[in-house]
Design a protein around this ligand. Structure first.
Ligand code: 13P
Ligand code: SF4
Length: 353
């Protein structure tokens, strides 16, 4: 939303320190136990008229189950779209909180459940609504564009919501209309979009703790060892990593690249949960993880989002059995936050037609 106040001297932004949970894998399940849990979940989804919508970074077992039960596995743009088009009365979102909130904002009449409401995102946590609103107030003549990885309140303060899958064409479109842009919260994605479009932008200084750990020097070494491999990079990564990419794009774009490109090996700089789908769609191809550790350093998340990792078959079953972990967004807030999200979805439909 554009503010009306006049330009004041710019105050520095202070963003909170995000506390990152230690990622611990869920205990392994025997094949027998896994199929027992899956059968129970399938029955419960039918009983409650629910559909499972999972992100590519979640555990492969959840991704497979979503597909087996008529749900979807997708990037954050498609997850939002899918929920609006599916007739189920309960959307069960395996991913992180902003994804559940976006589903609720777009489908206020539906129930939205998540396996763990504590599954957030460093971008969302690093962009508190009050502080962000004060930041926007300093640029009253700018259009406010926020990444989907934000809270409902931050979305409500914006003119446009974008995901990594559609950020470039939307910013290109806004720049062609001469609009100046406040961008939040991911500075790496924002800088990438600015380099590609030449748009006039100011940035909120947020980052993704997972993608920020990819190391450019180590990536350069790996590329020398595998000159035949194409390098695929999610644009939340630092510029020095993006500059080495053959493909920069959303999770869906990176998966499509593995399927359609002629190379048979790939170095992938994004959360390794994505390998589940890549292996299924392109079983003959070789996939390598981009390095997350510099010389002697230790990685924090090792290309595994600690919040996405909170989703499992075990807590999904409990969620469905107890109807717990429901996402609530007030009608008033949803009404305001829906405007910039719908703008993005309408833009996406126009692009497709
Ligand atoms: P995508 O929209 O590309 O799936 O990205 C979401 C995300 O959180 C990446 O870290
Ligand atoms: Fe957020 Fe990064 Fe996790 Fe994506 S990978 S949900 S941007 S912390």
């Amino acid at each position: 939303m554009k503010s009306n106040g006049s330009r004041m001297s710019l105050a520095p932004v202070s963003i909170p320190t995000v506390s990152v949970p230690n990622h611990t894998e869920w205990p392994a399940l025997s094949a027998e136990k896994e199929s027992e849990l899956k059968e129970k979940i399938k029955d419960l989804l039918k009983d409650i008229n629910g559909v499972l919508v999972a992100h590519y970074y979640t555990d492969g077992k959840l991704q497979d189950l979503a597909e087996e039960t008529g749900g979807c596995v997708a990037d954050s743009l498609e997850m939002a779209r899918f929920g609006t088009e599916h007739p189920a009365s309960t959307l069960v979102v395996a991913g992180v909180k902003f994804m559940g909130e976006t589903s609720k904002i777009l489908n206020n009449e539906k129930r939205v459940l998540m396996p763990d409401l504590g599954a957030t995102c460093s971008l969302d946590e690093g962009c508190p609504a009050d502080e962000f609103s004060r930041f926007c107030d300093q640029y009253p003549d700018h259009t406010v564009v926020v990444y989907a990885n934000t809270s409902a309140e931050v979305k409500a303060r914006s003119d446009w919501v974008v995901t990594s899958g559609i950020a470039l064409p939307i910013i290109k479109h806004l720049a062609s209309r001469g609009e100046k842009i406040v961008w939040a919260p991911d500075r790496h994605l924002g800088n990438y979009v600015q380099r590609e479009t030449g748009a006039e932008m100011v940035f909120w200084p947020g980052s993704c703790v997972v993608h920020e750990e990819f190391r450019s020097v180590a990536l350069g070494r790996l590329r020398k060892l595998h000159p035949e491999a194409a390098v695929l990079v999610h644009p939340e990564s630092p510029q020095s990593v993006i500059e080495q990419a053959d493909v920069v794009g959303s999770t869906t774009a990176l998966i499509n690249a593995v399927v359609s490109r002629e190379e048979t090996s790939f170095i992938v700089a994004t959360d390794k949960g994505i390998f589940n789908k890549m292996r299924k769609l392109a079983p003959g191809k070789t996939l390598m993880e981009a390095p997350t550790e510099g010389e002697g350093a230790t990685c924090h998340s090792c290309a595994r989002c600690p919040w996405m990792g909170m989703n499992s078959l075990q807590n999904l079953l409990i969620t469905l059995q107890e109807g717990r972990n429901e996402i609530h967004v007030s009608k008033k807030l949803a009404k305001r936050a829906r405007i910039p999200i719908q703008r993005m979805l309408d833009f996406a439909s126009r692009m497709q037609s």
